[in-house]
Design a binder for this molecule. Structure first.
Ligand code: CDP
Length: 228
């Protein structure tokens, strides 16, 4: 068997998907694609333009008209890639707390998902890709050669997000982050279209009490098993 050409990594917020995805893609010389940035870009644009988050039709129209691009990093400020919306660099803007708070309702809209899923699928089918999200193994690329579902307790994930924000010098309160994360988990896993869940053929990896190096090692072993 050859190295898996399409690797899907799904899981809840702050379970370590981005770190694992980036490092695995680097190690294999694959494209790393974080689908969450697309949902975040639509949410950011809605907040910026004053489009009501509850207005499904207006949000879907916005998603249709918004040009989202992801490029290799143009700056050495800790970013893994540049995210552009209609040509504007929004790489850090999409990490704002108000985007975090509103991204799950936006992602639950069927029209928004249909549009973004089609773009993600087109990119993924080119192969040599590590694609990260909530529904990659179930909906976007069900034919992925290797599917990982990365999980961790909500307390551990909130702690990680808290530390990330502190490191970036942004205001952070653990309890608020924990509450917001619980709410996002609830919306993501109960929505009608493409809810967050592990594909039946996904390998579930628990990242509680395990550091990023150990997770990478574990997943690299799974890639090797698949290859041999
Ligand atoms: O970085 P974090 O894990 O907090 O979130 P993200 O991966 O950037 O995704 C942000 C939000 O976008 C999620 O809470 C989901 O609501 C949505 N999302 C989705 O619905 N489907 C995806 N494939 C990726 C993200």
């Amino acid at each position: 068997m050859s190295i898996p050409a399409i690797i899907a990594i799904d899981g809840p917020a702050a379970s370590g998907k981005s770190t694992l995805g980036q490092r695995l893609a680097n190690a294999l010389g694959y494209l790393y694609f974080d689908t969450g940035v697309m949902y975040r870009a639509v949410t950011w644009a809605a907040l910026q333009r004053g489009v009501a988050i509850g207005d499904e039709k207006a949000i879907t129209e916005l998603a249709e008209s918004l040009e989202i691009d992801v490029y290799p990093p143009s700056q050495n400020d800790g970013r893994a890639y540049d995210v552009l919306a209609d040509g504007q660099d929004i790489t850090w803007e999409i990490r704002r707390a108000d985007v975090d708070a509103n991204v799950s309702p936006v992602s639950a809209y069927a029209g928004v998902r249909k549009l973004l899923t089609a773009q993600q699928r087109r990119i993924g089918l080119r192969g040599k890709v590590v694609m990260v999200g909530r529904d990659i193994g179930t909906v976007v690329l069900p034919e992925a050669d290797l599917k990982i579902y990365l999980d961790a307790s909500v307390e551990e994930r909130a702690r990680r997000r808290y530390e990330e924000l502190c490191q970036r010098g942004q205001p952070a309160e653990y309890q608020k982050i924990l509450d917001a994360m619980r709410q996002r988990d609830q919306i993501d896993s109960t929505r009608q279209v493409a809810p967050l869940c592990a594909a039946p053929d996904a390998i579930i990896v628990d990242s509680d009490h395990v550091n990023a190096d150990q997770i990478l090692e574990k997943v690299r072993a799974l890639v090797d098993q698949h290859t041999s």
